[in-house]
Write a protein that binds this ligand. Structure first.
Ligand SMILES: [Zn+2]
Length: 70
């Protein structure tokens, strides 16, 4: 699934281009407007709620990239 969010300038869809992990429960996601004449790029902050997992932590996996186009 492609992760999209409306562009705040023109209302067209913005497409997630990059994911940056801040912590286990916080990510920064960069979007770029799909409208060629706009192409506005914007960053969003995603925080998970609740912030703590109810189960014990498992060893962290070495994944730093997320494929939004899948
Ligand atoms: Zn736009």
């Amino acid at each position: 699934m492609r992760f999209t969010m409306a562009c705040p300038h023109c209302g067209s869809r913005g497409i997630a281009r990059a994911l940056e992990k801040v912590s286990d429960v916080e990510y920064l996601i960069d979007f770029q407007c799909d409208e060629v004449t706009c192409s506005h790029a914007y960053r969003t902050r995603v925080q998970m709620e609740p912030p703590e997992l109810p189960i014990p932590k498992r060893p962290r996996r070495a994944t730093s990239e997320f494929d939004f186009d899948r």
